[in-house]
Design a protein around this ligand. Structure first.
Ligand code: LER
Ligand code: MN
Length: 272
């Protein structure tokens, strides 16, 4: 199994230092939250993009892709009732796909819980339809960039739109295009799924493009009570070929400790 780590927990670290730390521990990939590099990635020149890619490559790290896509610039919303907001969001998703390609990445995780909510006074159905249309509008760019958007079900505490794997699969099936796939996040599954999680993973097999590993306590995998062994076994059973990427939300132990303990735990649970 290939392991990656998300960069936002390194906060104000220099990009080269982040890559060095991740590579030294043994990670093969780095996943990037674009807002950590710029408020708007369109301000990052081709030269800077190439430099970022090279810094990662010099450490032997692959840029897996992007997540936390729409945190910045402010005011975006994929299914917002205002058509101008939707258009700006589509333009930004396309710009992110180009940025992802420029860094050598292939995956964009669509979580962005606040930028996908069903707005007050809006129906679920209209929100759903706008989401489908927005993603369809981006497909030619995703295709041209070789980038796959992986939709991340997130629990009710974070968003009121698409909380479970089943809902996300319905969206993916409706769009019916290989450039829109499924992302599964361990913390989110523990919070939202009602079926046993190995079963969720097995059912997700035909769609699964990317995975986030963490603990329901918002720290790294193995840093809380959750036993990820059954999930690891299910991922192995379905022959999952993508990355398992460490994503945390509580940065207090510090990035080095989180990165080290998470990696050690993943190695342990994925060992045959
Ligand atoms: C949010 O909880 C999350 O898991 C992130 O991956 C959002 O993109
Ligand atoms: Mn996640």
């Amino acid at each position: 199994m290939k392991f990656a780590i998300c960069n936002e927990m390194f906060e104000d670290w220099d990009f080269a230092a982040v890559c060095r730390c991740a590579a030294d521990i043994g990670y093969e990939g780095l996943e990037i939250a674009p807002f950590t590099l710029a408020d708007d990635v369109r301000t990052l020149s081709s030269a800077r993009r190439w430099e970022l890619r090279q810094i990662a490559a010099d450490q032997g790290l692959e840029v897996v892709g992007l997540h936390w896509l729409l945190v910045k610039p402010e005011g975006l919303g994929i299914n917002h009732p205002d058509e101008n907001v939707r258009r700006r969001t589509q333009e930004y998703l396309k710009a992110l796909a180009e940025f992802c390609r420029d860094l050598g990445g292939q995956v964009m995780v669509f979580g962005s819980p606040k930028q996908r909510n069903v707005w007050e006074g809006e129906s679920y159905q209209a929100t759903w339809q706008r989401t489908v249309e927005a993603l369809r509008a981006c497909l030619p760019t995703f295709e041209a960039c070789g980038v796959t958007l992986c939709w991340e079900p997130l629990p009710a505490g974070e968003t009121n739109f698409i909380n479970t794997k089943d809902e996300a699969v319905r969206l993916i099936e409706e769009i019916n295009h290989p450039r829109v796939r499924l992302h599964l996040d361990v913390k989110a599954m523990f919070a939202a799924e009602t079926k046993p999680l190995p079963q969720v993973i097995e059912e997700a097999a035909p769609y699964l493009g990317h995975v986030h590993a963490n603990d329901p306590n918002r720290l790294g995998p193995g840093m809380g009570a959750a036993d990820l062994r059954p999930l690891a076994a299910a991922l192995r059973k379905i022959g999952y070929q993508g990355y398992v990427s460490v994503e945390v939300f509580d940065f207090t132990p510090g990035p080095e400790r989180i990165a080290q303990e998470s990696f050690a735990y993943l190695q342990e649970v994925f060992a045959r």
